[in-house]
Design a binder for this molecule. Structure first.
Ligand code: NIG
Length: 403
């Protein structure tokens, strides 16, 4: 049945003169229809404007002046995992550092042990529950990485679990093969095995999947990442975690290799941020991670001022960001990364949709997928202002009202 949403303050995110990622001032423009209507039919947006024609049998939602915007696109998560990291978290509260725990065989390795022990079915069930939580908080498209397998069998098990859980979720899951997350063995031999053997096996079963790596001390070196990406990029989009704790020189390489994105950026130099901003590669900020770990945040305001294509994500994972909430990521980006509410909204919707390669979402325009959020509020700045609640009242996903 068609659906008509009326009396809404509509953030269309549609700009007539801008195609491609929003940069600079365009990151602040929300394409607002202050009082309008949206007609949804067959899972798509059929009409949008101050007043639209609707069939007599359309179901009606009266927004009563509240804000309607596109569904969130969370473009960086590690939402598929088993076990928990509560003991480690308590150690961190007592002063232990993330990279020291990793070096001592904890951190990512603790989750790797739990993932290896879990069955594919258990991994899919755990992810399914998290996908439900994501959707309730307004995320209708989510990227989910592997990366807790560290051997071919366990990585494939994760990727199959992600595919399984995605198949019965109303939203869209974009999987990523995080083949270079940590080192399981010699720092030279292990990346060589991944680049030679694991990549080939993953490519065979998941030919279009994005390939990612974590460039950091105690994880993958710049040289190991470059070797993996030189090979992977022939068939796969590439992305990289860089400058979380240390600036190792990955950004210039990521630009040279035409990476889709560089994610984290907490420790990036200004010169690297400028170079990234002037390139086609997206910068992705993950403020829930700084909030949970060590109060260091990416200088996103500076990156935007330099003309960078910015996206914002939760980084949902058991070690550095135990959250599925895009509203929380928006609230933190505004408080700690130097963004305005409008910039954070664009970085949570249309820009990450483009990063993930989706041209059919991220804005409210005729023909786009009907992934829509009706807030509890009449002013979109409340999305960034409210802390710790859920500002999303109604989620419409693929044209269906979810809650
Ligand atoms: O982006 N730092 C690398 N990967 C994740 C954390 C994963 C984990 O600690 O389990 C991140 O923060």
């Amino acid at each position: 049945m068609p659906l008509l949403i009326r009396n809404a303050r509509i953030l269309t995110l549609a700009l007539p003169d801008v195609s491609g990622p929003r940069r600079g001032k365009a990151l602040r423009e929300l394409g607002i229809i202050p009082h309008g209507e949206v007609l949804v039919a067959d899972g798509r947006i059929a009409a949008v404007g101050p007043k639209v024609e609707a069939p007599a049998d359309a179901e009606i939602i009266d927004a009563a002046g509240r804000v309607l915007l596109p569904g969130f696109v969370d473009c960086h998560t590690h939402a598929c995992w088993a076990g928990d990291r509560l003991d480690e978290w308590e150690q961190k509260l007592n002063g232990a550092a993330y990279l020291d725990l990793l070096k001592a065989g904890g951190g990512i390795h603790a989750t790797v042990r739990a993932v290896r022990e879990a069955t594919q079915k258990q991994l899919a069930a755990a992810l399914r529950e998290r996908l439900g939580n994501l959707l309730r908080d307004g995320t209708t498209t989510v990227e989910v990485k592997s990366g807790y397998g560290l051997n071919t069998e366990a990585e494939l098990k994760m990727l199959r679990a992600i595919r399984r859980a995605a198949s019965d979720w109303p939203g869209t899951v974009s999987p990523t093969a995080l083949l270079g997350h940590a080192l399981d063995g010699d720092p030279e031999d292990y990346p060589r095995m991944v680049t030679k053997e694991m990549l080939a096996e993953v490519s065979r079963e998941f030919p279009d999947i994005a390939v990612d790596a974590y460039c950091e001390k105690e994880a993958w070196s710049v040289e190991a990442c470059v070797r993996l990406f030189e090979k992977a990029r022939k068939h796969h989009p590439i992305r990289v975690h860089a400058d979380q704790f240390n600036s190792l020189g990955m950004i210039p390489e990521a630009i040279r290799l035409h990476a889709r994105s560089v994610d984290h950026l907490e420790a990036s130099t200004k010169a690297d941020l400028i170079a990234l901003a002037q390139s086609p590669t997206f910068g992705v900020i993950l403020p829930c991670t700084g909030f949970h770990t060590d109060q260091r945040f990416a200088k996103a305001g500076f990156f935007v001022d330099q003309g960078g294509a910015l996206a914002l994500a939760t980084n949902c994972n058991p070690g550095t960001a135990p959250t599925h909430s895009m509203p929380l990521a928006i609230a933190l980006a505004v408080r700690f990364c130097g963004l305005l509410p409008a910039e954070a909204i664009v970085a949570a919707t249309c820009n990450p949709a483009q990063l993930l390669g989706y041209t059919d979402r991220g804005s409210i325009e005729v023909g786009k997928r009907a992934d829509l959020l009706l807030l509890r509020h009449k002013d979109e700045r409340q999305l960034a202002y409210e802390l710790g609640g859920n500002p999303v009242d109604t989620v419409i996903c693929g044209g269906a009202v979810i809650r």
